[in-house]
Design a protein around this ligand. Sequence first.
Ligand code: PNS
Length: 155
Amino acid sequence: MCPGSFDPITFGHLDIIERASQHFDQVIVAVMENRTKSSLFTVQERLEMISENTKKFPNVVVDSWHGLLVDFCKSKGIDSIVKGLRAVTDFDYELQMAQVNLQAANVETMFMATAPAHSFLSSSLVKELANYSGDVSTMVPLNVNEALRARLAGK
Ligand code: PNS
């Protein structure tokens, strides 16, 4: 499973999903509803944007979950989580989550090094740039770029 908020999905996420799909029989991209973060896009909108960009990968499916990651893993029989690490600043938090998920449900987390071209990229940065009319066309797929423009124009 590749879990995340994906608010919105970026080329960095898509690179990790594509590479994970080359190493596992099936990859479930799980859009997690985060109760503590307000999101720009609804879960349904995020699911649609991801599906559009992952349909070319036959072994990738997209799903969503409201609650603990480990409960989703248990319900689907998932035993591995794949996460991208951009820099050492990601490591502390990701390590904590990996250890909690291992302890709680024996779910392994495998870390992939983010491709250098995407190491600075985050959904928050994309939203901030787009909010100030910055060009995010090299950071997100076309449908996400269009959705960002439409959503932020309406603000
Ligand atoms: O894209 P993000 O926001 O970095 O993804 C973080 C996410 C959604 C994977 C993480 O917050 C998560 O797993 N949330 C689900 C709730 C949960 O299981 N929390 C305990 C993690 S130790």
